[in-house]
Ligand binder design. Structure first.
Ligand code: 13P
Ligand code: SF4
Length: 303
């Protein structure tokens, strides 16, 4: 069944001049059919430069919006437009404007996990792969409002020695990775290194041997001589980790590290959106223009 689905996707991908981009957290068979799999930063870079009539974006809504903002000429489709990000929804443009008014003159650094409307209110965007570099690029005497992830924000503050005004948002999937679960995994696998995403809460970060974005976790596990790892991030990353490192062993830190939104894209839904071009993502041009500036400023600091 999945073979015939894949051959129908392949035929339509060619016919529509489409590329399929997938985030590291999507289900394994979606990653396997994609032309490119990556973290948020890599996907944004790829979306900006790819030449394709159609981009099928398998991930969550803010990522597809970012792809459309960076590549307005391509049609951007999502296999399931209900794939939102609860953390992105924790900051609205209106609330960000109100917070800016409380801190006149502050620079707003927005994590890429935000709506286009929030990016439009921001000075510069960042991802988990470059947040410290983005913060370091801002004048030392300028207050910084960091939106919306309090965990990535507090980690960035530690890394840079800068005091940041933190939004009170968080990722529910990473928030479920409790320190006691990481300690228990470590007790069961004492030889394993704990590798975590900076969206994890501070008490989990303290237990980690290495912290990085999903692309950074892949690079670290590939390059090190260690061969056992406890992974503290969304479980979709284990698919690529195991595929790329057949001789190494990966243990999830928690059995419930699933982001339901990242699991919404499926082979069937990819086929359906290629068949009838359903799931088109549009961003209002005025909002897109302002959001693009915040994203492009990020690329100026970290190309
Ligand atoms: P990265 O892939 O940039 O590490 O992001 C993780 C994430 O939660 C995306 O929603
Ligand atoms: Fe949002 Fe967390 Fe899911 Fe990433 S893993 S899309 S931050 S809810």
């Amino acid at each position: 069944m999945s073979d015939s689905l894949i051959s129908r996707i392949d035929a339509l991908r060619q016919q529509r001049q489409a590329v399929i981009l997938a985030h590291n957290y999507t289900v394994g068979e979606v990653q396997d059919v994609a032309d490119f799999v990556g973290d948020s930063l890599e996907l944004a870079r790829r979306a900006a430069t790819v030449e394709a009539a159609v981009i099928v974006f398998c991930g969550v809504y803010f990522m597809a919006e970012t792809a459309k903002i960076l590549n307005p000429k391509s049609m951007v489709l999502m296999p399931d437009t209900n794939a939102g990000c609860p953390m992105a929804d924790m900051a609205t443009a209106e609330a960000v404007r109100a917070k800016k008014a409380e801190h006149p003159g502050c620079a707003v650094v927005c994590y890429v996990n935000t709506t286009a409307a929030v990016k439009a209110e921001s000075d510069i965007c960042c991802t988990s792969g470059n947040a410290p570099a983005i913060v370091r690029s801002l004048p030392k005497d300028r207050p910084i409002l960091f939106v919306p992830d309090r965990n990535l924000g507090s980690w960035t503050a530690e890394q840079t020695g800068r005091e940041l005004i933190l939004w009170d948002g968080y990722c529910p999937t990473h928030e479920r990775i409790l320190p006691m679960l990481v300690k228990e995994a470590r007790r069961q696998h004492p030889q394993a290194l704990v590798v975590a995403h900076p969206e994890c809460p501070p008490a989990v970060r303290e237990l980690a041997d290495h912290l990085a974005s999903t692309a950074g976790i892949l690079a670290f596990c590939r390059q090190t001589d260690h061969d056992q790892f406890i992974i503290a991030t969304e479980e979709g990353l284990l698919h690529r980790l195991r595929l790329e490192n057949p001789g190494k062993t990966f243990y999830p830190a928690n059995a419930r590290m699933t982001c339901p939104n990242m699991k919404r894209a499926s082979l069937e839904k990819i086929l359906w959106c290629l068949e009838d071009l359903r799931g088109q993502v549009e961003v209002d041009p005025a909002t897109a223009e302002r959001a693009r500036q915040a994203i492009q400023r990020m690329f100026l600091v970290v190309p």
